[in-house]
Write a protein that binds this ligand. Structure first.
Ligand code: DI6
Ligand code: FE
Length: 404
């Protein structure tokens, strides 16, 4: 009898993304046994134990199976859009000039504050659906466009709601230290004291915070201000991550490493010393080519230093209305290869195994016994094809291993 809770995917190549001798952890002619949303066996079909041979066998027609993709850095909940600024920048204004002129993040804040919870959810759904359509099974979503207590909480509630409305795992990140709102102009430290930190506590009390992030940058917050937020996160036992060294090097990476950050994100201006510090703290470098591309950045992230020091690299969309209006993780993978010379294997590891690690997840991102059956079946023969094409989605099916 066919049991939908117990079945075997068979006749497929498996890019398990296990680290070891085989590139991509590849298993040719493989099978995966799944029970109640979990992987219970994986290997060459020829070795499938007799017990599983009695289960429903689902022929995958020699397609490729990878772990479900993971977008570990997004800002997909927001109000409005920034198409006007897009035009401004193309008429010569720099990102910094746009920000200093009251545009940038702060302009999205107005539209986000004006939106209801339902509007935030409905606005984000098409962006989430675009990711899901590419085989994404886990998405991180940040706050940071509210910058007041009620709106920050609403953004995080909207993110949680997305996970109820769609078969996808959502990880929420509190990004209260994203920008200083107009009402606190030139009073960054007061904003941290009076709004950011109390809101973090309120959000945590409501179970809305899986990680704490900040934007450490000349146009945003200084390391000592970010550190105050990290101290609170540490007290609450929440993992930390940081937008650091995106537009300049002001020491954010070193601070994040000191606090054991699970990831340090952007890092174009990070140097070899920063990479060494990240290796020591076990932080993942999250590579975000969408922002690099959109901002016409020319400073390349120090990929060779990350390799040399053994810093794991993740790849994400940074999907947001300003610096990366990109909601395709496959495109981010392609761009990380073409713009940053990452290998297709690094790009796929960056959207699976290392992305899971950047979110502190230990049961997804690898095709491994005991892990969630978060899987994507692709109409391709080799895993390098996933990064190779531009603007092409070769998905066949996506399996979300909802654990029962
Ligand atoms: N770095 C970014 O690239 C985004 N946030 C951040 O900290 C920009 C977000 C925006 O421009 O709306
Ligand atoms: Fe970001």
């Amino acid at each position: 009898m066919a049991n939908t809770d117990h079945y075997v995917l068979t006749n497929a190549s498996l890019a398990t993304m296990e680290e070891g001798d085989a590139a991509y952890g590849l298993v040719e002619a493989g099978s995966i046994a799944i029970a109640q949303g979990r992987i219970v066996w994986v290997g060459a079909a020829a070795d499938l134990p007799a017990d599983y041979a009695a289960w429903d066998q689902r022929d995958q027609g020699e397609r490729l199976i990878t772990p479900g993709l993971i977008d570990c850095h997004t800002h997909i909940v927001f109000g409005g859009n920034r198409a006007l600024e897009f035009e401004m920048r193309l008429n010569g204004a720099s990102y910094e000039e746009v920000a200093r002129a009251g545009g940038g993040i702060v302009s999205t804040v107005g539209a986000t504050r004006a939106a209801s919870l339902d509007e935030l959810v409905n606005g984000a759904l098409p962006r989430l659906d675009a990711l899901i359509a590419e085989g994404v099974t886990t998405v991180e979503v940040k706050s940071g466009y509210g910058l007041d207590r009620d709106t920050e909480l609403n953004m995080l509630r909207a993110a949680r709601r997305l996970g109820e409305l769609r078969p996808v795992r959502i990880k929420t990140t509190f990004l209260g230290a994203h920008a200083t709102p107009a009402e606190y102009k030139d009073r960054d430290a007061d904003y941290i004291t009076e709004v950011c930190i109390p809101t973090l506590h309120a959000a945590h009390a409501e179970g809305l915070v899986d990680a704490v992030d900040g934007f450490c940058e000349g146009i945003a917050f200084q390391p000592d201000q970010i550190e105050r937020v990290f101290v609170e996160a540490q007290k609450l036992g929440i993992p930390i991550k940081l937008h650091a060294e995106q537009l300049s090097n002001i020491g954010g990476t070193k601070l994040a490493a000191q606090y054991g950050a699970i990831s340090v994100d952007h890092v174009e201006y990070a140097n070899d010393e920063d990479a060494a510090a990240m290796a020591k703290s076990g932080s993942v470098a999250v590579i975000l080519p969408g922002a690099f591309y959109t901002l016409h950045e020319t400073q390349l992230p120090p990929i060779d230093s990350f390799r040399k020091h053994g810093v794991p690299m993740a790849v994400a969309t940074d999907g947001n209305p300003g610096s990366s209006p990109m909601f395709s993780l496959l495109l981010a993978m392609n761009m990380s290869c073409t713009l940053f010379r990452m290998t297709p294997e690094e790009a796929l590891a960056g959207a699976t195994r290392n992305a899971a690690r950047a979110l502190g997840l230990t049961d997804t991102g690898i095709i491994r016994v005991g892990f969630a059956a978060d899987l994507t079946v692709w109409d391709v023969k080799t895993p390098g094809e996933l990064s190779y094409r531009i603007g092409f989605n070769p998905i066949h099916t996506r399996i979300f291993g909802e654990m029962k």
